[in-house]
Design a protein around this ligand. Structure first.
Ligand code: CDP
Length: 211
């Protein structure tokens, strides 16, 4: 088993960019676990299947291929919403967590980002980071991202979405979003991506030296 880095945090906290940069820097494989929930949701939506039938959603989750995950086809807002709805189902989580754990054991090391990596998926990870930022900053980042991609967006509506998603992710009974007791907290509200990466790198290098 390789060196596992677990990165958790709420929507639009900057986990994605940070995780990819860390994986590239250390030559580790990266899994954005949100995509496994999104791919399950998209498969249900595409087939016109219900989002509230746990057995159907579990079967769909069991068929997800980690190799085929692509954020560009899973980015739609509607898919993110549906993902957070099916993510409350224990059978769906069991199916996806098993695939995520198998991925985490790859050599020479892996970076997994999501909501429950340090608490449930990889409780023995060598490094755990909990990346957060205020809801205002996260809404602004998501807004800038959409505008930057040539889209249109409403900042107030995005802010409401961020808060609704936080409540759903933090309030669910199975694997709620929360920092692991041994996670390093990284509040990026007033940090650039580069500064957040440097802070993470210091923590990771210290753990690698201990290993
Ligand atoms: O929209 P954003 O990129 O922040 O979210 P995502 O990482 O794509 O995840 C979409 C949804 O999947 C989240 O709102 C969570 O409800 C769920 N999820 C989860 O429950 N556990 C994970 N490890 C990752 C995502």
């Amino acid at each position: 088993m390789g060196f596992i880095i677990a990165i958790d945090g709420p929507a639009a906290a900057g986990k994605g960019t940070l995780s990819r940069t860390i994986a590239d820097t250390y030559g580790f494989q990266h899994l954005d676990t949100g995509l496994t929930y999104r791919a399950t949701a998209k498969a249900l939506l595409d087939l016109g299947l219900p989002l509230d039938d746990e057995a159907v959603a579990e079967k769909t989750a069991l068929a997800i291929d980690l190799a085929g995950l692509d954020r560009s086809v899973l980015a739609r807002h509607e898919i993110g919403e549906a993902a957070s709805k099916i993510a409350v189902m224990p059978a769906v989580r069991r199916a996806l967590v098993e695939a995520q754990r198998a991925f985490s054991r790859r050599d020479p090391g892996t970076v997994l980002d999501g909501r429950d990596i340090g608490t449930v998926v990889c409780p023995d990870a060598a490094v755990k980071l909990y990346v957060t930022a205020s809801p205002e900053v996260r809404a602004r980042r998501r807004y800038d991202e959409i505008i930057g991609n040539g889209g249109t967006a409403d900042l107030a509506a995005i802010f409401e979405d961020v808060k609704t998603r936080d409540e759903r992710d933090m309030g669910r009974a199975d694997s709620p979003l929360k920092p692991a007791v041994d996670a390093h907290l990284l509040d990026t509200s007033e940090m650039s991506i580069e500064a957040a990466f440097q802070a993470a790198k210091t923590i990771i290098d210290a753990a690698l030296n201990r290993n």
